[in-house]
Design a protein around this ligand. Sequence first.
Ligand code: ARG
Length: 734
Amino acid sequence: MNRLKYTSVLLMAILLFLVPPLKADEGMWLPMLIGKNYEQMKKQGFKLTPEDLYSVNKASIKDAIVSFGGFCTGEIVSKNGLIFTNHHCGYDAIASNSSPENNILDNGFYAKSYQEEKPIKGLFVRFLVRMEDVTPQVMAAIAGVNEKDKAAKIAEVTKKITSDAIAGTSYEADVRDVYKANQYLLFVYERFNDIRLVGTPQQSIGKFGGDTDNWEWPRHTGDFSVFRVYADAANKSATYSVNNKPYTPKKSLPISIKGVKNGDFSMVYGFPGRTDRYLTSHGVNLAIEKTNPTTVKLRDIRLKAWKEEMDKSVDTRLKLSSLYANIANYWKYFIGQTEQLKRLKIADEKVKQELEFTQWSAASPVNSQLMDSYNKAYKAYEPFAVHITYINEGLLASSFVRNINQVASMLKAMNTRKEDAAFQAQMKQNFNSLVDNYQNTYSEMADKKIFAQILTSFYQDVPKSQHPKFISQILIDFPKASPAESFNSFANNLWENSKLVNPEKLSQFLLNPSSDVLEGDLAYQYAKNLVPQEYIKNNFGTVLADFQVEKNRLDNLYLKALLEKNKGVLTYPDANSTMRISYGTIQNYSPKDGITYDIKTTIDGMIAKYQPGDDEFDLPKSLLEAYNQKNFGQYADNGTLPVGFISNNDITGGNSGSPVLNGNGELIGIAFDGNWEAMSGDIAFDKQYKRTISVDIRFVLWCIEVLGGAKNIIDELDIKANKLPVPKNKLIMN
Ligand code: ARG
């Protein structure tokens, strides 16, 4: 063996020894089928049985997991229906219960008794009762049905399946497709509508680091809030009533404060919203080049205008902060996604997979043509992609447009049912809530500015050949030196003269609504061009619909073929807001050469980031005092207080608030974010970089107990303590 060869073999041996094999932690698995992953989970350190995770016959962990409001996840942590979720999931509930006089968003709040808990209008949670594979029924119903009539047929058969499933119960049910309509699953849920806010940290803790730290590790955000499910005397779902009682759940999660270390088993159980892991290279390129930059630009316009107003008064800040946070969250998301799709060369990766797929399918006349067909479909769609992004992110972002059109269609309905007094009364009520909702996020200065800027930007970015007439007409009717000035002048005119744009005037108009006034109003003249269905028909013909139908058809065939190609390999379906389990380990990572990120952060790092009076990095006095006194209670770890940790679990938006569980099924943290280096994760999972960011449960409990003084909440929990309990009769050693 020559020396060089010897050295390289030695090097290889050392490398193999040092670099642990990357484990497959990709996958958001369906709880019903988790048994198939069981051996792998056990190897990684899971100690319970598949039935402990999901069972329809006995209480299992799934009974402690809720879909929170349909957009987040929550977990039941006490026998009295207490829920933990993220601060950013409770944000709207918290902000809308805040006023300059009783500012719980800024000051935090912990109920010291049930009476102090705050009912949240419109908030609900859903428990999964069971799920079932209903593919045979659906497939039988659509056998032989032509492409055009399929959607209607599917709607018909799923309606029958769901109504049979819930007959005689108070449950609700959905049928959802997975693997791009190659499989259909029935989900039966129990929904609760009386949900109350129990506690929240100060937003300087709950949103510590703000947009600067958002989507990034190392992180020091205390992203948690506390709610409770209420039920009637029979422990059944009921609308809000003072007589409702805390709900007694089938299952609640025990909590471990023993701490975590690199390599420990970890599992996230929740409701991931949407992934697009089978998107082709065409879709990736379209996102990078057109849709993402357009989305970011349009969100930027809104954020800047809102921020300017929010900085002027606490009132406006409280009013707009929830909307602002939502738009800002995905503004940064799309910046990160674009950056990482490029850095990780995801399109090249996909092209490779697609070539390999086409080679593999050479013998199949259908499959071997799939990539060509994708190419053709995208070619036809691409020239309209920016314009289409402008509809939702731009033209319809002005809420007066949506409101006026809603009012118009309600008035039309009222006119056709003049004799129906109950209907008329219902509509009047709907008018009130429409105006209320409008008022809740209305900011005249910002709204007007946003409206004019978006039109100007539309005029510059959308190909001239696609400009709808009603937009070009504005330049004719309001001639000025530049399009920007024309659109400005149009905006000024609308806000001055319309009876429908300003919520107060709109409310006045709705007291005695007249179709003539509506028809004659300039804002209505504008808005009626923007009824989405009509707009699309008028400006795109069938391009958009054709693309969607064709893409669905191709996705369905592609997935079917991929499942066949990967026979014998466990394959998980894309996220679709249904319940999933993701398992892996607490895992550090290297963001770039020469740097390793630790698995955890502590309060020391939080203090190091502290900037008094800053929008994003301020901290409450109570925290600073407790820190100075090293008052960490039973939650201390090595003389400091843990704040966050990372694991390689596969999660996405919707998982926010999900429990992170150890191998014993005990709660160790609450998942709240992804990391910058893997922002392309919804399109391609990167084993090396993808991490889940969670708030350590010890930090959560410390905030509640030490900063909030809410011993009442701590006493409800089932805490598996750090140290062995001190024996009652202490042995005296001599
Ligand atoms: N990125 C987090 C998520 O999507 C939300 C964080 C909210 N915080 C914020 N600064 N906007 O789950």
